[in-house]
Design a protein around this ligand. Sequence first.
Ligand SMILES: Cc1ncc(COP(=O)(O)O)c(C=O)c1O
Length: 495
Amino acid sequence: MSRLARTAWVIEALAIRLAKSRESGLSLVLYTALRGWIEAGELAAGEALPSSRQLARELEIARNTALAALDRLTAEGLVASRPGAGLFVAPLALAEAVHQAPALTRRETLSRRGDRLLAACAPSGGGHRAFAPGIPALDLFPREQWQRLLRRHQQRAPEQWLAYQATGGLAALKTALCDYLRLSRSVRCTPDQILITQGAQQGFELIARLLADPGDSAWIEEPGYGGAQVALTAAGLSLVPVPVDAEGIDPQRAPDGPVPRLIYVTPSHQYPRGVTLSLARRLALLNAAERHGAWIIEDDYDSEFRYSSPPLASLQGLVDQAPVIYVGTFSKVLYPGLRLGYLVLPQALVEPFRQANARLNREGQMVAQAALAEFIEQGHFSRHVARMRRAYRSRQAALREALAPATAMGLTLSTGHAGMHLLAGLDDLVQEQALVEAGRARGIQLSPLSRYFTGPATRAGLVLGYAGSHEQEIARAGDWLARVWLGLQCPVFQR
Ligand SMILES: Cc1ncc(COP(=O)(O)O)c(C=O)c1O
């Protein structure tokens, strides 16, 4: 195209744009004026209106401009047309019906399943995070190092990482994880048995949907973890609470009834009671699962944090061919917003799980997976865990010290040999409720033990997370709690 021709093309294109914007501007003026007069009653229902042709001619505007304004008024029910008689102001009822239409058709109620699901979801509390359970030390996360790894893998990302994936996770991450699990948790696995998920929660959901049918029974620990309860409930399973004592879940105390399809447990560190499943109970549980043809879901959410002894081997690794699906998460060791976790599956389930996950949940986060693989390979992961372990030990000590005046007067605390929270035992549910309310008034979120029961609570207590807050903060909150508890025991202590 010559320079002259190009200039002409630019001018013509601009003229079209200008004309268009003028037209839409004029059409808006017509629409607004007519609408205003109709709403004010100055143009009454049934009154005739000029046609688009008439408007175009008299006002010297394009017919399309007039048509656009009249069409919009017609669509909103303010103007109607009668064959042969032209346009007129619509009866008021028509305009009102159009305005009310969306409200009439809106359906805001949940399904029956939605209602059941919501009932199983404990309200997530806001407020002070001093005692929030399950929140790791976000202040200690090596953000710069992590950002560097993310940046590097982002720059190098092959094009296929931008597409849909169906590999069950990045091979490098599966290999790094497998080495780590074999060594530190005695898990029996090869890298291809690992399926990377977007957190443990997604793993529970997949297991429930693929290995059980609606109406099947699932044994759960009582008290136990709400996230797993929600996932099983959402899949239509019927939850059978099995009591937990000082040795963990007791399969012998499972009520008679339908055999379980799934058994959900936290053997390394029972959530929330904090006990470790004894060897005798591990064997009893494996026997029960074998007898009933059930799968055990082993949730090993925080086994990295043990303070006085090395962690017990996983249940999955205890015997060959154990009917166990091992579930892990990076929510506690790195941060929950990362949304990365994994399943270690028996060989026969690898392919069905990979396929279903790729269709149901979609795979992704390849850059984060690559960064994480390198984070583990280069030893940053182990160093971070060791640093967090030291910090948690000291945060737990700060909490114990702050609560000492209360423990001296009979408040009981769990052993705290592992994990990220302590369990304070209380006399009864009345005391539990009183403390929760005092916390609410003070902006401190307290998690009552009764909330972790699916049936009637048989114990009262508070689940006191300490990992997510530094020592001063946890000590301040602990002081406050000790004072309030002492005040409830004996009002003389109340200041
Ligand atoms: C017992 C238990 N399992 C698993 C998880 C982690 O779940 P996710 O990986 O979905 O964050 C938590 C988090 O609070 C937990 O308390």
